[in-house]
Design a protein around this ligand. Structure first.
Ligand SMILES: C[S@@+](CC[C@H](N)C(=O)[O-])C[C@H]1O[C@@H](n2cnc3c(N)ncnc32)[C@H](O)[C@@H]1O
Length: 291
């Protein structure tokens, strides 16, 4: 095989990738990548940029087309502009920007196929109509396989952690199966305007996830909601927690519950008071932490 130098081996517009990656952290609420908080998740912007730069040839690999260093640098700068557009959060689903990147990947791939036409396994390995597939064997939260799929590669993910496998199934395996399909939930089915809409990509599936997610939320609230009541902030509470003073009279949501087994206090002076006890199966009582 004749290797060609890839863009990532020569240079990257790091500043643009860093800025987009840092910004992404604060704006991707509600995106499928926030399905589960994966501690080692790579920013999608960085994942998209490195996959693109690994697939696209550096202009110095084509001295026949870019004859001087100046011409190579000019072409490199053009590729940098594509990356700079590609990493912007607003362009995550911008088909024009994505297609421009996919076209560059295809072009480099076709050069590779032409150069390796004499390879003994050329038919299988260098098919100019089929990009090589992408596999991340340590996929974790799935940033890399998700972005590889977005750039048009057939994407595979695996991991020894079943939670990571579930995240990857939900992000890259299941949505394409429902691509272009309308939602199936009864509410959408009864609205003609909804059914007449065109359901591009995974939008129909997203509508169903929203509908059934709300259903699960409401059911959970009905069945166990009484175990997690809101807590009223009283003047007493605010004395202990001055930061809650502005909430006096309001009912706040509790963000963390600590469950403890309790017994009546063995101290006769506090005989009616429940105190926490370890290792004894008694009534379950709760304590709460306020926002
Ligand atoms: C640094 S994380 C990957 C993060 C990922 N790139 C992302 O953006 O979320 C490394 C992953 O490797 C997985 N891993 C570690 N050893 C492994 C093994 N022997 N086989 C498969 N997966 C493994 C871990 O479970 C973890 O999810």
């Amino acid at each position: 095989m004749t290797p060609k130098k890839k863009l990532i081996e020569v240079a990257l517009p790091l500043e643009a990738i860093n800025v987009a990656s840092a910004r992404e952290k604060s704006i991707r609420h509600g995106h499928p990548s926030t399905l589960h908080l994966w501690w080692a998740r790579r920013p999608l912007a960085a994942a998209r940029a490195v996959i693109f730069a690994q697939m696209v040839d550096d202009p110095s690999a084509h001295p026949d087309i870019f004859k001087t260093e100046k011409a190579q640098e000019k072409e490199r700068q053009r590729l940098f502009r594509i990356i700079e557009d590609l990493v912007k959060w607003e362009n995550t689903t911008n088909e024009t920007v994505l297609q421009q990147a996919r076209d560059e990947i295809w072009q480099s791939w076709r050069y590779t196929c032409a150069e390796n036409a004499d390879h003994p396994r050329a038919k299988e390995l260098f098919d100019r109509y089929k990009l090589p597939a992408f596999h991340d064997p340590f996929a974790g939260g799935g940033a890399l396989p998700l972005e590889a799929q977005r750039l048009g590669l057939e994407s595979y993910a695996s991991d020894l952690n079943p939670v990571a496998v579930l995240i990857n199934k939900a992000m890259i395996e299941i949505p394409p199966k429902f691509s272009g399909q309308p939602p199936v939930n009864p509410e959408a089915q009864h609205q003609k305007s909804q059914m007449d809409k065109s359901w591009q990509g995974a939008r129909g599936l997203a509508e169903d996830v929203r509908y059934y997610g709300q259903w699960i939320h409401d059911e959970a609230e009905n069945r166990v909601g009484d175990l997690y009541p809101k807590v009223e902030i009283t003047v007493e509470t605010a004395k202990e927690r001055p930061d809650l003073k502005k909430y006096v009279g309001q009912k706040l949501k509790v963000i963390a519950w600590l469950w403890a087994r309790t017994v009546k206090s063995p101290n006769p002076a506090f005989a009616e008071v429940d105190v926490p006890l370890r290792n004894v199966s008694m009534t379950l009582r709760h304590r709460c932490t306020l926002i």
